[in-house]
Design a binder for this molecule. Sequence first.
Ligand code: PLP
Length: 395
Amino acid sequence: MIIYADNAATTPMSEAAIRAMTPYLRECCGNPSSLYALGQAAREALDSARERIARCINAEPRSIIFTSGGSESDNQAILSAAANGKAKGKTHVITTSIEHHAVLHTAKKLQKQGFDVTYLPVGENGIVDINELEKAIRPDTCLVSVMTANNEIGTIQPVAQIGELCKERGVCFHTDAVQAVGHLPVDVAAQKIDMLSASAHKFHGPKGVGFLYAARGVKLVPLIEGGAQERNLRAGTENVAGIAAMAAALEESVANMHKNAKKLTRLRDKLIRGLSLIPHSALNGDAEKRLPSNVNFCFEGIEGESLLLLLDDKGISASSGSACTSGSLDPSHVLLAIGRPHAVAHGSLRLSLGEDANDEEVEYIISAVSEVVAYLRGFSPVWRDLNSGKGKFIL
Ligand SMILES: *Cc1c(COP(=O)(O)O)cnc(C)c1O
């Protein structure tokens, strides 16, 4: 038995997405830029996908451009807003200390180009304080980039309030909504979002395809030079099959969102209650303002990597920190940002449930994690020191 509990890293494709994709891999293989019927059929698939995706986030179809995924969308959004700002002499950017590396590393790149970047801290609950954001906005601020939901600890940011504030202050607002689209209600008009990044493989579409929403009036700068695809904003033959699958996956996720969220929230809270019984453990991030699928814990006295490997032996696929940081020795920047000390941040576990999760699986996860944590603590020198009074418990 394999329990896949790493849906924040990627999700399996839905049947609807696979069905939508196959014709464009086989007989309907035309290039959307070709004028004959096969090309035009591919063009129609793009138009239809654009309209349906736009409807899912309450946008105009012409505001959606297709990209290779969340990272590309984040890069293009941020670099575009920075270029637009620079043209007006505005070179200050605000983001948060818990963003995905696609945002953080792009912000670092801007700093090297002379931009001033403010990394807003978050509270212990992993949520940005709107008053702190308000204080950080300056006359030369050209962009606020705050993610909708965090990929590690699942915390949900007050996006509508941030959108309102940015509108009042005339600052462009970008949100990395990769973890939110298809899972939480997203309405770019109501939430006053100027730019939004999304990725198909986080909502049961294929990997390597995503989209960037840019409101009318927000000028995008292309990252890739070449043909005139996507109104000259993203060169390269479109990933027709992937885009068709992304639209099908998103429509299905949005249609079932309410039902899935309700079910997952119950299972998530059961998992949280079960894992909280492990001594010297703590939930990371706000208990309520979090994705219905996300559970993230720190266990004192153990290494997250060892925990993962032993859980894998028990058939559970989970994550420690984000997929990008595992393999490196640095603890998660998100856990450090919510105030977890290095020693504790190393012993973290992220479980992100899929819509097909059930009570039996959650119960199995609770018993497996409890057993493995106890086992690892049994020969952990750190744990021995804590218990003998040489070290001090933090959790
Ligand atoms: C997965 C993820 C990304 C990167 O998306 P890709 O499509 O894998 O490039 C960016 N931001 C967040 C919040 C994510 O979870």
